[in-house]
Write a protein that binds this ligand. Sequence first.
Ligand SMILES: Cc1cc2nc3c(=O)[nH]c(=O)nc-3n(C[C@H](O)[C@H](O)[C@H](O)COP(=O)(O)OP(=O)(O)OC[C@H]3O[C@@H](n4cnc5c(N)ncnc54)[C@H](O)[C@@H]3O)c2cc1C
Length: 449
Amino acid sequence: MDILMTGSGRHRTAMTWRVLLYLLLVTAPLAVRGLFGNSSGFDITTGIGLVLGLTGFAVLALQPVLSARFRWIERPFGLDRMLRMHRVTGAVGVLFVIVHPVLLALGRGSSRLLVSLDLPWFLLAAKATLALLVLFGAAALLRSRLRIPFQLWFRCHSWLTPVILCGVFLHSYMAAVRFQPVEMRILWFGLLGTGVFSHLHLALWRRLGGRLRPWKVGSVTGITHDVWDIQLVPPVGREVFEYLPGQFLFVTLLRGRGLPREEHPFTISSSPSAKGSISITPKESGDYTRTTGKTMKGDRAAVMAPYGRFSHLLRPLSDRLVFIAGGIGITPMMSMLRHMRDSGSEQKVLLLYANRTESDIAFLDELESMASGEGGPMLEIVHVLSRPDPSWGGETGYLDRVRLERLVGDPEGSEFYVCGPPPMMKIAEKSLKDMGAGKDRIHVERFSL
Ligand SMILES: Cc1cc2nc3c(=O)[nH]c(=O)nc-3n(C[C@H](O)[C@H](O)[C@H](O)COP(=O)(O)OP(=O)(O)OC[C@H]3O[C@@H](n4cnc5c(N)ncnc54)[C@H](O)[C@@H]3O)c2cc1C
């Protein structure tokens, strides 16, 4: 637990070691070249070009490691942060391999390398791979703006990754590494092997792992007009994995009947204190989630879990927890509240819960019973509705700065958890910071990876 506890010495050490190991690996080609190779005979431009080429390959080869969901790597960071790092390092790697031939051409004083097609096959292969990489990078950056469907993007990403890795490997090996000392060749195969292993690990797990011993759907319950609660039961003879309230999973519902079999992330809305099963609570929001209600008891499910660091148990005790939830962003808060209730915690909690109408409020009865019950968290709930019925007597409007200031009061001694639609989260985060809540006391969960 200590390694997970944010801000603890072990947590910081765990993060630092992983970052250092990563930096060591991406700079290893330079070290090997410096130690064992012959670096003379290049002008500075060509030298930098080679450095970028070697480092660019190492960065790209390690990209699958960052996205492979290896728990021992991801644990101190959280998967969402790992995937953000994966995007940044990917952009850096692509930039390096794009600039690399430009510098080599400049160093040689000839643009032949860039424009001619009369080149050895491995240089032509490099050009094709580079074109693919540029398209790939542009699609990654512009996916939301171009409205590229997530599944299409993810499939292309999965299939193109090995193609790009092999293209970059073949080029660099044929063009440079085979003239290098044997240590460099070992390193090259090591880096390629690490990347391919990580890629296959995730691809095979997603296709096979969870399907060999699938979980079962125990029940499907509508909890509002567009929100469903799905109970998942582990395979016979197996127990529910250990998880923290607020964490999430990846699930592939294997439903047949022409329904999509896609893997999607959902918060585990149940509490670890409830043994024997877990629950997820999908809201109908897109093509896939709109089919949630067609899930049936007895359907199978492949589950990969748990992930994430959005849990009050990962932070030291505080005077008060302030949960700011919008719509289906209530699910991680629900898991944490259920855990507090079941473990008899008397933690003071203020829940600010924004929805459009009263009928959109998920878990209304359970929340009310927690707020009025005894022997659980000291829970105060403020519902804020943006389009209430005329009969509504509570808060009306949005969770803006003025309202947050009024409802939250003095932020001193409070720990803040925010999850909801992106515009709400942006306003809440900024307002809390402006109100004086320290950045390290504001925790956010984004429902996009
Ligand atoms: C950590 C986390 C926890 C979440 N918890 C919940 C929850 O408790 N309840 C809930 O209703 N929703 C939750 N979501 C959001 C849920 O995963 C998306 O709403 C759902 O995947 C959308 O799928 P769709 O095809 O219906 O919608 P679409 O309109 O096709 O997708 C909307 C957006 O969701 C994301 N998305 C779509 N498919 C995937 C996928 N297969 N993998 C990853 N992202 C995808 C993309 O950013 C996409 O732009 C969570 C998301 C994350 C990352």
